[in-house]
Design a binder for this molecule. Sequence first.
Ligand SMILES: Cc1ncc(COP(=O)(O)O)c(C=O)c1O
Length: 358
Amino acid sequence: MPLRELNARFHHKDQQSFASVYESGRYIGGPYVEQFERQFAVYCGVDKVVSTGNGLDALTLILLAEKELGNLTENAKILLPAHTYIATFLSIIHAGMQPVPVDVSDILLTVDDLKSQIDKVDAIITVDLYGKLVSDEVYAFAAAQQKPVYCDSAQSHGAINSDGKRSGSLARASAFSFYPTKNLGALGDGGAITTDDHVLAAMARKLANYGRDNRFQNSAKGINSRLDPLQAAFLSNRLTLLDQDNLQRSKVAQYYFDHFTNDHVVTANVNFLKHNSWHVFPVFVTDRDHFQDYMMENGIETNVHYPLPPHQQEAFKELNDLSFPQTENLHLTEVSLPCHPLLSPSEIKKVVQVVNNY
Ligand SMILES: Cc1ncc(COP(=O)(O)O)c(C=O)c1O
């Protein structure tokens, strides 16, 4: 990911933002944070945005707020896909709840994946992994079972579902990360919660600020997790190009789908092309190391999202005995190909040529 080049597009605006924040004398909260929250709320089509220090905090704070409001209990069982980044698991642990991972039958959670556990859990976290939105059927099924759904939207900024609704507006509350490599990335850490529920938003905001009601009174045990005003200003600059960038990413993805002919390099199902922000373009290759070396020898840098699933990590020893064959296979075989808005037509063609010659 050519982060320097992607950010260079905002050089002038960022310099102005830096000068404005510097001169303002206001370095926590303030107008730039409020402005970005308003802009991101309008963009996502939700009533409320609560900005946070990072995506993990955003997800954790949603669960902590639900606990404080009595909507979820300590030790609540939270269903989530086994195939995700470890942060989804950690948010549940940090909120004092229990992760209930389920295997995925494809790449993201489906209704079938939920069925065996839905009666045993209190809530669900969906994950829009690689930028692809979890299907509307999952939300409808969970609603019919009266289970609240929260979304880990850390990779799906701007993705739109079949009803024209954006990522961030599909669950009871959603969590975004603005880590620099994300489709909407800051120049450091950042995160946000999006929701239509004003009570949940107010509680999350309070918990993100020590649980305080006013300067000297605290009515809950909160944490400190705030979006920096500089990052907020940088994010406002970048939000203006997000749709254009996502369109560019989707054109790259479509081109790959149309031109890959190599059976050894397996793409996601063609449905993956829809409702996707293409944070990552994943392919699945049985001899991953060899393939990555070959791509590198041909001047193409690849990545892996991710090599070892959370339930097999040392950090989650208590889950190490669980077996999720599809998740494990995805983690063993996934390779992320270049897919960003600055790829030139000749670079895209070269990726296709090199992949097809493998
Ligand atoms: C799926 C997913 N969830 C959560 C996170 C956590 O975000 P952050 O790094 O901002 O804490 C990330 C990003 O790293 C992610 O990719």
